[in-house]
Ligand binder design. Structure first.
Ligand SMILES: [Cu+2]
Length: 283
């Protein structure tokens, strides 16, 4: 008699575990995150509304799915705008209507950003104890936000000093080296031939006495066009490194993390070019 009571309690306990457990954990095995409409223009970062939700909670083994509901292509790249990629995940360009997903196998706080619009940042918090995460207040998030803000400030300052656009691929970062008076532009995903248009600032790099620079693409000397402080540098598909050599590069410049960008979605440029040609006869 005693034994059967004990057994039925055990069964009840097991049964309740089976019923309760899935509902407690299910809602953190997947999370949908939207790349918010209009986030390609700065402004969404003031309320952390570039990726929504800004801070997504997941259980270990959970999957985040980023949906591009915006009208511009974006990336979901782990790291920070200030420090660059940390190589945990990187979507590369996610087209309009596209989706990128990543499964998180380790607990931790993962910051990410858009390489094209580096004011866009978000966080994924992966934890076995997800219930606590929801209660996590702003004190604990303070470090993360402080880090991002300093990253943003750094970026804004730099964009005042330098502008760069590419017609193929994305600029990963631009680094300065005082020892050889060089500014190095690192590219990734340059799948087609393209052109780097970069406007230099003499506070960052000073030209030679005759006002010229020297340019290396993939370590080989390259012909380029220079109009004032703006250089138009052609490069071939697969290029990862473009070096601009002058007479002096500022010491404190170091590595500019994430820039300034620019983008370029080649198709947009192609469409613009076609549209212009088509309009000329009508004018
Ligand atoms: Cu973006």
């Amino acid at each position: 008699m005693k034994k059967s009571v004990c057994l039925s309690f055990s069964l009840l306990a097991i049964f309740s575990l089976i019923v309760v457990a899935p509902s407690a954990f299910a809602d953190h095995s997947k999370v949908d995150i939207n790349m918010v409409v209009g986030s390609s223009t700065p402004g969404c970062e003031t309320n952390n509304m570039c990726y929504m939700p800004y801070n997504a909670a997941l259980d270990i083994g959970g999957e985040a799915m980023w949906h591009n509901v915006d009208t511009m292509a974006h990336t979901v790249s782990s790291g920070t705008p200030a420090e660059g990629l940390d190589d945990v995940f990187d979507s590369s360009l996610v087209p309009v209507g596209g989706m990128f997903s990543y499964k998180f196998e380790e607990a931790g706080t993962y910051g990410y950003f858009c390489m094209v619009h580096p004011w866009m940042t978000g966080i994924v918090t992966v934890s076995a104890e997800h219930e606590e995460m929801e209660e996590m207040g702003h004190e604990e998030m303070g470090d993360m936000e402080g880090m991002e803000q300093s990253g943003m400030t750094g970026m804004i300052d730099l964009s005042d000093q330098l502008t760069a656009t590419v017609t193929s691929g994305v600029i990963h970062h631009i680094g300065g080296n005082t020892d050889d008076a060089t500014l190095t532009v690192h590219l990734f995903s340059a799948d087609d031939d393209g052109e780097l248009k970069i406007t230099l600032n003499s506070d960052i790099i000073t030209p030679f006495d005759d006002g010229s620079y020297f340019v290396l693409v993939n370590s080989e000397e390259t012909d380029f066009k220079q109009m004032g402080d703006t250089l138009h540098i052609p490069y071939e598909a697969g290029t990862e490194k473009i070096e601009i050599v002058g007479s002096y590069a500022v010491p404190e410049f170091g590595t500019i993390a994430m820039i300034i960008l620019a983008v370029a979605i080649v198709s947009i440029i192609a469409i613009t070019a076609k549209t212009k040609t088509a309009l000329i006869p009508k004018l």
